[in-house]
Design a protein around this ligand. Structure first.
Ligand SMILES: [Zn+2]
Length: 225
């Protein structure tokens, strides 16, 4: 399902790149709410319909992704890791990312190759099990992203935080629960806040589950005459 969401994201980004860029989002003017679930907004003659839940959810999700450091559970004794030489290099280059994901290490530069890193703590979160295989998985994700250069060409701002898929899923469900629900009446200032937040985030086009946050509704200039 991750790859399906990924394809939807690319498709939505392609469709919108013809109509809108992220800098255009700052110019969205709120017109009103529709059906207690959508915000109608326009840029010039172009009118858009925004899913109020999906927009708020994506903002909350990206905020959790970029600001949350997981709790750590200290091991009784530092644990030797069976790492490949490549994994060792990746971990040493991305210690802050491992820290944000809840992993701490003791480094011993004097030790032999592949014995220089020992595990001090694992992430801790209610209802999720973490283990050594997660270190290999995160190293593999980070290895892939640095191979591609990490940041998309033309992307604005820093690359999205790299997270273990199970942590990403936890943030997605947390973001869903904390976001404006469909069926809630919104004041104009609440709608303006949702729209302004959308202009700040890294990937505004889809919610964390891959659904589009907004669609083009109508070009008013084609209705004249
Ligand atoms: Zn949701």
């Amino acid at each position: 399902s991750v790859s399906i969401a990924g394809r939807d994201t690319e498709a939505a980004a392609r469709v919108f790149s013809r109509v809108l860029t992220k800098s255009h989002l700052k110019r969205l003017v709120v017109l009103g709410q529709f059906n207690l679930g959508f915000i109608i907004a326009r840029i010039g003659a172009d009118v858009f319909i925004l899913d109020q839940h999906a927009c708020d959810e994506k903002y909350n999700f990206e905020t959790l992704q970029s600001t949350t450091t997981l709790h750590e559970q200290r091991l009784i004794a530092p644990k030797p890791l069976e790492l490949s030489a490549m994994e060792e290099v990746v971990i040493l280059e991305h210690l802050p990312t491992f820290k944000a994901n809840g992993f701490s290490f003791r480094l011993d530069p004097e030790a032999g190759p592949m014995e220089r890193i020992k595990l001090l703590s694992l992430p801790y979160s209610k209802g999720i099990q973490f283990g050594l295989q997660d270190i290999h998985e995160l190293a593999s994700l980070l290895g892939d992203s640095s191979f591609c250069g990490g940041v998309e060409e033309g992307a604005e701002g820093p690359a999205p935080s790299v997270r273990l898929p199970k942590i990403r899923a936890m943030f997605a469900s947390r973001a869903c629960r904390m976001s404006i629900m469909i069926g809630k009446a919104l004041t104009r200032s609440q709608m303006q806040k949702v729209v302004a937040n959308l202009a700040e985030i890294e990937q505004p086009w889809n919610c964390p589950h891959g659904r589009p946050t907004m669609r083009h509704l109508v070009d008013l200039s084609t209705l004249r005459g």
